[in-house]
Design a protein around this ligand. Structure first.
Ligand SMILES: *[C@@H]1O[C@H](CO)[C@@H](O)[C@H](O)[C@H]1NC(C)=O
Ligand SMILES: *[C@@H]1O[C@H](CO)[C@@H](O)[C@H](O)[C@H]1NC(C)=O
Length: 297
């Protein structure tokens, strides 16, 4: 029965056999972190030592750890309930599992409901806190005084580009500013994001073919943006090394570099060309290669 110890069996009417546990003389009947609670064994109600709700133990061990946190697991893993043990045996057993992958790196996996939420938004957190990566590598609801989402006015944290602590009509912006965002910061458009009976909410969103980098601004994909000299902004707002040699263009659909004028990745009659929608004065040099009408060079 592993660590399951039953102390008393309450048999229909008859005097129950009481099994004194080996540690009964120490005054506390259960191993540390466990507690005495009613359970069932066959048709009987018994008292047994169990992990308290919201916690579980590893097989062959008695220490209880909080579920959906790192607990006894390696960095990057979390302690998950073994559903079968909960359902069939009323036992609270856990195991270490790796969080699932979310679609991209702007999202964080939240073990308790198995969903992905945007980083630095309220997500599943209580109001005033935001979802961020904890020092165990797992999603954590937090509000750091030195963080970009902190609002000294009330000591809470808010998602940028939401109303947050601001007056009606204003948005909470990076650098802890409330502003009526006609002027969205660089690379954004101001768009309605929510229409409800209580009023609508507008939000700054990245323009099409732009991604939000870690500085909160949106940059045109495959330009340098805020990245280092030989890097460019990729989908999800990450800085990646420019994969192309000088003079070559990156064709995202192929994830490869081609020389301008090459026919190979394009439909018949088109060749690789510079991205004519990128405006070097505004966006910086673009490494993006597009297919445009023309003949090979
Ligand atoms: C999660 O956030 C809370 C509140 O900021 C903090 O006390 C705790 O140390 C964090 N946990 C991890 C694992 O980072
Ligand atoms: C409207 O506001 C009320 C009270 O402030 C709130 O309970 C309700 O959920 C809101 N409805 C919507 C659709 O946001």
């Amino acid at each position: 029965m592993g660590i399951w110890v039953w102390l008393a069996a309450l048999l229909c009417g008859s005097q129950a056999a009481v099994l004194p546990p080996p540690w009964a003389d120490k005054g506390h009947p259960c191993p540390d972190t466990q507690e005495l609670s009613p359970g069932r064994w066959g048709g009987r109600t018994i008292a047994e030592c169990k992990c308290p709700p919201g916690t579980a133990h590893l097989p062959q061990a008695s220490t209880c750890y909080k579920l959906f946190e790192r607990g006894p697991c390696r960095t990057g893993e979390y302690f998950a309930p073994v559903e079968e043990s909960f359902n069939k045996r009323g036992e609270r057993q856990g195991m270490c599992v790796r969080p699932q992958q979310c679609a991209d790196e702007t999202l964080l996996y939240w073990p308790p409901d198995g969903r992905c939420y945007y980083k630095l938004t309220q997500g599943p957190c209580y109001q005033g806190s935001i979802l961020d990566v904890g020092n165990d590598g797992l999603a954590n609801c937090t509000c750091k005084k030195d963080g970009a989402n902190y609002w000294p006015g009330d000591g809470n944290c808010y998602s940028h580009y939401s109303r947050g602590p601001c007056e009606k009509g204003q948005l909470f912006l990076p650098e802890a500013k409330c502003d009526s965002l006609g002027p969205c910061s660089k690379g954004h458009t101001f768009a309605l994001s929510e229409v409800s009976s209580n009023g609508s909410r507008a939000q700054c969103k990245c323009k099409p073919f732009h991604a939000r980098a870690t500085d909160g601004m949106c940059y045109r994909l495959y330009t340098r943006g805020p990245c280092a000299q030989d890097e460019m902004i990729s989908r999800g707002g990450r800085c990646i090394k420019v994969p192309c040699a000088r003079g070559r263009l990156y064709v995202p659909e192929r994830r490869r570099c081609y020389r301008p004028g090459a026919a190979e990745p394009c439909p018949l009659g088109e060749v690789v060309a510079f991205d004519f929608e990128a405006r070097p004065a505004v966006d910086g040099l673009s490494h993006n290669g597009v297919c445009a009408c023309g003949t090979g060079m």
